[in-house]
Design a protein around this ligand. Structure first.
Ligand code: FAD
Length: 385
């Protein structure tokens, strides 16, 4: 339960985020997005505002915000330009893994630098041959004295070009059964043997870099094995992904809300058959469904964030929020395009971008097919016959 102090803090931070979004992001988002240009100045301002450390404990220089406040920040960002939420999402998943599972020395070394954004990056899990089935990763780390030598390829790594440090999922024992016992998570900073092989071109989610990374005899100190013990990498990253899924759900809420806002505005301006289209019942039915979907998505997302804040296992709650909110974003972006008629298909209107951004949400951070499977497995585990 939030106390008065927390809600005042939350209002202050959301006010300053809203001001930043209105003054510094909204006016430039269209151009940067259409040119697929990395938003350098926006990222610098996000650093100054402390957003790279918003979930990091104040003792390490972070803002120490709750996940419940964080999801509101992400929702507000995504209403304006979803790409900028991705700049801190996977960075914070990495930071939270260190905060939860790292050794004291790792917390002292990395968290203050993550909080300022001096070290920033994300998570390198997916490979050219596997994404959903993470236990099939082939990137291999071999221990040699006090360090490891890593070889392998990672695919679709957000912040891969601009970032400089990544939580890297590898096999330390490729023969282990079950396979996850042979998996470990490293903090990998860019250096010799760690190359960006290419930038990946995308339908939407532009401005933010997605890259393929190649590790060739990359050498990392054994001190940078998160938690200091092999075999716990998958478990750690799955815990981090609960946060990632809540973030993606919040992006879905923001995108669904933006599609609704644009539609409510346009439906009152555009006239057909002598009246604003908002007065045609066919349009009203769409608006009613869009608004209800958005609100339901928001409630599920807040519920999952509260559960995460209480430290509970919340893969089912995060999965439900991610599934529902991202499908809401996809559906609302389509309905917004229909409401806008031909203009919805024009690059001059925001709904065209929303329509290109929404599909990523049903795929990234665990596909929605996988979310349904997670929900069903938890249902069965929590309700034994
Ligand atoms: C823009 C973008 C950014 C990304 N950022 C990152 C990042 O920063 N770091 C990172 O590591 N990854 C990232 N990813 C990768 C993303 O997480 C994966 O694409 C996603 O997890 C799906 O994996 P895949 O593409 O290998 O699909 P696959 O696993 O090959 O799945 C293909 C299809 O099969 C379905 N499927 C798979 N297994 C099952 C099953 N058991 N039952 C039913 N259906 C199943 C899937 O749902 C999907 O429909 C990003 C992807 C994109 C597009």
């Amino acid at each position: 339960m939030q106390n008065h102090h927390d809600s005042t803090d939350e209002r202050l931070i959301l006010d300053s985020v809203d001001k930043f979004l209105a003054q510094e992001v909204a006016p430039v988002a269209w151009q940067l997005e259409h040119d697929d240009t990395y938003p350098i100045e926006i990222v610098e301002r996000m650093k100054e505002m402390g957003l790279f450390g918003c979930l990091i404990d104040p003792q390490y220089g972070g803002l120490g915000l709750s996940t419940s406040t964080y999801v509101k920040i992400i929702e507000h960002m995504s209403r304006v330009w979803m790409s900028i939420s991705g700049i801190i999402n996977s960075h914070l998943i990495m930071a939270v893994c260190v905060q939860k599972f790292g050794t004291q020395a790792q917390k002292d070394e990395f968290l203050p630098r993550f909080a300022t954004g001096e070290l920033r990056g994300g998570i390198a899990l997916t490979e050219p041959d596997c994404g959903t089935d993470l236990q099939a990763v082939r990137t291999l780390a071999k221990k040699v004295d006090d360090h490891y030598i890593i070889n392998g390829n990672k695919m679709w790594v957000s912040n891969g070009i601009e970032g400089n440090c990544f939580a890297l999922l590898v096999k330390t024992d490729p023969k282990a059964e079950p396979r996850h016992r042979g998996m470990s998570l490293f903090l990998a900073q860019k250096g010799p043997g760690f190359e960006v092989s290419r930038k990946l071109e995308k339908l939407g989610y532009k401005g933010i870099d997605s890259a393929e990374l190649v590790f060739q005899d990359y050498r990392v100190s054994a001190d940078h094995l998160i938690g200091g013990a092999e075999g716990r990498g998958l478990q750690m990253i799955l815990g981090g992904l609960e946060l990632g899924r809540i973030n993606v759900a919040a992006r879905g809420v923001g995108l669904a809300q933006a599609a609704l806002d644009e539609s409510v505005k346009y439906a009152q301006i555009r006239k057909t058959f002598g009246k604003p289209i908002a007065e045609h019942q066919a349009i009203q039915l769409k608006l009613g469904d869009m608004a209800t979907r958005t609100e339901a998505a928001r409630l599920l997302t807040h519920k999952a964030a509260e559960s995460f804040d209480r430290g509970e296992r919340c893969d089912m709650e995060a999965g439900m929020a991610k599934l529902f909110a991202t499908e809401a974003a996809l559906e609302n972006s389509m309905q917004a395009m229909r409401i806008h008629g031909g203009y919805g298909y024009s690059k001059e209107y925001l709904v065209e971008r929303l329509y290109r951004d929404a599909p990523l949400l049903v795929i990234g951070e665990g596909t929605n097919e996988l979310q349904r499977i997670i929900i069903a497995k938890q249902l069965i585990e929590r309700n034994p016959a």
